[in-house]
Design a protein around this ligand. Structure first.
Ligand SMILES: Nc1ncnc2c1ncn2[C@@H]1O[C@H](COP(=O)(O)OP(=O)(O)O)[C@@H](O)[C@H]1O
Ligand SMILES: [Mg+2]
Length: 381
């Protein structure tokens, strides 16, 4: 029986303060061991072990039994000898704080969630970005969400404060439900069930968007919190992302399992999409194209080879789309519409997320192998 989901082993007060703060952010009450003996006592019972750099070598000398989910944690950058200790103790990685803060919160959140019998942040997460303005990203994001919601729990998150609002495109009745402004002003850890219950629904799709008028400023912490809760509480998360990739958007991009750049099949569309894709490709290695076929002279295959990105789906022009949206019917009113068909094949092509406890590496988290020159880059979806 697991006594506490997380065990912290350190005598370093400053490191302990940091770890307790991050655990609190994840809603975890950890056990703390201030010495090797008590650390080894709890070694096998907890779901995750965070071993402080200060006691790591001592623990390694005791040859603790091999187990998964041991992470060596340190404040600031560490040297090669720490990576050797990490290997000796069977740690899966070295987490350098504060660069690895967000990653660690997410790890701990998943661990408690899994211990609670939750789904552990396993939603397939698809980010949609317009290669050029008006390419159809918001429309396609809505189509993805609505089609996913036919068979799974799905949420659509509008992260483009200057877009038309996914509520209008997805056909959400005005009025009820929480929007970004309400979430930003609330504090504390957001439960996945409470997020889903608070959001307005259209045809089973939960939608998070902006209130009308000047959009509130949404800070990175709120976005992180909302995304984690959305991933824990749903099967599919669709994100309508802005074209300008600021720090918050960049972090979100690293957490997608698929990023789709909606690209106009015109020379200008391809040229603009190339710039957007170059930024995204540095953050995620699953960037692919949703090409608005028939909009211009360039065949989809040529768009893909010009951009050096996989063609995930072709999105044909949908007649009378504007009327359907204006009537509040949404973009996939008919299952046979071009957007419904394109959304189905894009969803089928989206990879399943990795299992709980195998988060992709992020800034500040390096795999034990650093000593041999192998250090992880930004998160890969
Ligand atoms: N597949 C499509 N077929 C026809 N019109 C579309 C399609 N996708 C988008 N549009 C239209 O193009 C315009 C811009 O779409 P939008 O999704 O807001 O673009 P973006 O989010 O890329 O700026 C809207 O008027 C929308 O109705
Ligand atoms: Mg848009």
């Amino acid at each position: 029986m697991t006594s506490a989901p997380a065990l912290l082993i350190t005598r370093d007060e400053l490191l302990l303060d940091d770890l307790l703060r991050l655990a609190a952010a994840a809603g975890v009450a950890p056990d703390v061991a201030h010495d090797t003996t008590s650390g080894l006592r709890g070694w096998s019972a907890s779901s995750v072990v965070l071993l402080g750099e200060d006691l790591a070598a001592q623990v390694a000398r005791q040859h603790p039994p091999r187990r998964d989910q041991v992470h060596l944690v340190a404040r600031g950058m560490v040297g090669d000898e720490v990576f050797r200790t990490a290997l000796a103790v069977g740690a899966v990685d070295v987490v350098e704080l504060p660069a690895g803060d967000a990653w660690l919160v997410e790890l701990l959140t998943d661990v408690v969630d899994a211990a609670d019998g939750g789904r552990g942040g396993r939603a397939r997460t698809i980010g949609v970005v317009a290669g050029s303005g008006g390419a159809g990203a918001t429309t396609f994001a809505c189509a993805l969400g609505l089609v996913a919601a036919l068979s799974e729990t799905a949420v659509l998150v509008d992260l483009d404060p200057l877009g038309p609002g996914v509520d209008r495109v997805a056909g959400l009745e005005p009025g009820n439900g929480v929007r970004w402004d309400a979430l930003v002003s609330s504090s504390g850890r957001l439960g996945s069930r409470s997020l889903r219950a608070a959001l307005p629904l259209t045809n089973g799709l939960a939608v998070l968007t902006w209130s009308s008028g000047r959009p509130v400023d949404v800070d990175a912490a709120s976005v992180r919190e909302v995304l984690s809760a959305a991933q824990r509480g749903n099967d599919v998360v669709v994100l309508d992302l802005p074209r300008t990739v600021d720090d918050t958007t960049a972090e979100v991009v690293t957490r997608c399992h698929q990023v789709l750049v909606v690209t106009d099949a015109t020379v200008a569309g391809v040229s603009a999409a190339g710039k957007v894709a170059a930024v995204l490709a540095q953050l995620n290695d699953r960037v692919g194209l949703a090409v608005r076929a028939g909009r211009g002279a360039v065949p989809s295959g040529q768009v893909a080879s010009a951009l050096g990105l996989p063609l995930v789906v072709e999105v044909a022009h949908q007649r009378r789309l504007a009327e359907q949206v204006d009537l509040g019917l949404g973009p996939v009113h008919s299952r046979r519409s071009s957007l419904a068909r394109a959304a189905r094949s894009a969803l089928a092509a989206c990879p399943a997320p990795p299992a709980v406890g195998h988060l992709p590496a992020a800034a500040g988290v390096s795999w034990a192998g650093h000593g041999s020159g192998v250090t992880s880059g930004p998160a890969r979806g």
